[in-house]
Ligand binder design. Structure first.
Ligand code: GTP
Ligand code: MG
Length: 249
């Protein structure tokens, strides 16, 4: 199924929509089209949830909180902020006139939807993995008055390959131009924190391309004649990013 059919199905069948966003790249993973759609659907409530908060610094969170005063900040793996969120949902359900409160989760592949559902409903056993596209179809999971709808990840953007790689939405080995995606990740990381790539790889350089090469050198990813094995460097950078090994804070 394509992107909008999946999303519309979740939106139509939910009373509350949880839009999960990667705290590391709010500007990229945020999908304002979904926000617009939910706002136009009467009686539905949208909650923006920044997940993977453990991978950014406290300062980043403070800035995001200012920008999104109504959003929730959680880490589904470190289990922070989840209890509070569950309480908010329980309270909503208490005051809900119908039998159950239907809660739909949407967001990029690999953002942590299934991980979160498993925390809310420990018996759910939704499949989780660092490989994008783990959840294949939408499924309901019930806990008391709450009914969660875990959906497959969705990729709504135009420049898919780059966006997708950046937000851990695709197996790096299947990305057509991993070098380009890796350069984008490096540019992004440089902007966020100059010292990050030095800390992570010992790499230095004045621009993303120099840094890319130096990562290869420092890692010893060389091919015959001493040239940098660019493909290997690219896969390494994307993989580290996707697996959450690069902390921004
Ligand atoms: N560091 C960190 N990793 C997380 C967090 N939440 C989830 N993950 C990891 O992100 C990866 C993807 O988690 P899933 O729950 O499978 O993501 P999903 O959104 O259900 O993915 P799809 O089913 O492919 O759409 C797993 O390796 C999780 O362990 C978090 O808060 N912090
Ligand atoms: Mg999933």
């Amino acid at each position: 199924m394509g992107f909008w059919p999946i999303v519309l199905n979740v939106l139509r069948n939910s009373d509350v929509v949880l839009l999960l966003v990667d705290a590391r790249m709010p500007e990229i993973s945020r999908n304002s089209e979904i926000i617009d759609k939910v706002e136009r659907m009467k009686g539905k409530r949208l909650m923006i949830i920044f997940n993977k908060s453990d991978l950014v610094g406290r300062k980043d969170i403070e800035l995001l909180k200012k920008e999104y005063p109504n959003a929730y900040f959680i880490s589904a793996t470190k289990k922070t902020g989840v209890k509070n969120l569950k309480e908010v949902l329980d309270n909503m359900a208490e005051n809900w006139s119908r039998n159950s409160l239907r809660i739909g989760l949407v967001g990029y592949p690999n953002i942590g939807k299934s991980t979160l559902v498993n925390l809310f409903a420990p018996g759910a056993k939704a499949k989780v993995s660092s490989m994008a596209g783990t959840t294949k179809k939408t499924q309901w999971i019930r806990v008391g008055k709450l009914r969660f709808m875990d959906s497959p990840g969705i990729i709504p953007f135009g420049d898919r390959k780059v966006q997708v790689g950046l937000t851990a939405a695709k197996d790096p080995h299947k990305i057509k131009n991993p070098e380009r995606v890796a350069i984008r990740i490096i540019e992004f990381l440089m902007k966020r924190n100059e010292k990050l790539l030095k800390r992570m790889y010992g790499a230095v350089g004045d621009d993303a391309y120099e840094l890319f090469d130096d990562i290869g050198r420092k890692k010893g990813y060389l091919i015959k004649g001493g040239e940098i094995d660019e493909h290997r460097v690219a896969i390494k950078v994307i993989d580290d990013w996707q697996k959450g090994k690069i902390k921004l804070g």
